[in-house]
Write a protein that binds this ligand. Structure first.
Ligand code: SF4
Ligand code: SF4
Length: 150
């Protein structure tokens, strides 16, 4: 797994609250805590059967998704709230990690106008579908290995 990249906190899901960002707004985060409710880490682009075996395993876990962003980079996302988030407010603001300090609302999912993800895999069915259309040779191997009925 690679180091956490600069924009790893961009959240691809539940993009329902798009609103304009204004640098003049006194609190552009008011009422929002989206970016404190997940962890997303960039992973190596899967190429082999073993790599996709691992993604299969990731996706069998609760609150765990895999997505590909617009640049073709792969991310593993865990939906899990920060323990310092209470009633949508950070209770640890002065001590908050650098990751939190670097994250700017101008580039967050709430204010962004474009979807962050290109492809979202939320479960094994999504993975089979992705492989079926994008990696048919690997898909056939998966069908054989796991006895898929597609
Ligand atoms: S940075 Fe964006 S996603 Fe995070 S709390 Fe502020 S408005 Fe919400
Ligand atoms: S420390 Fe504060 S700003 Fe950082 S993720 Fe937790 S609640 Fe959010």
């Amino acid at each position: 797994m690679r180091k956490i990249p600069k924009h790893s906190r961009l959240r691809p899901k539940n993009k329902t609250k798009v609103r304009d960002y204004s640098p003049h707004h006194p609190n552009p985060c008011r009422g929002c805590s989206e970016c404190c409710e997940y962890v997303a880490l960039e992973i190596d682009t899967p190429t082999s059967m073993e790599d996709f075996d691992n993604i299969f395993w990731f996706l069998l876990h609760e609150h765990t998704w895999v997505y590909i962003n617009e640049d073709g980079e792969w991310y593993l996302q865990f939906d899990t709230k920060c323990t310092k988030l209470k009633r949508k407010r950070c209770t640890y603001y002065e001590q908050r990690p650098q990751m939190c300090r670097d994250h700017h609302p101008a580039e967050c999912v709430t204010h962004g106008k474009e979807p962050t993800e290109k492809i979202m895999l939320k479960n094994e069915e999504d993975l089979w579908e992705y492989l079926h259309y994008q990696r048919p040779v690997l898909y056939k191997k998966m069908v054989k290995k796991y006895g898929l009925d597609k």
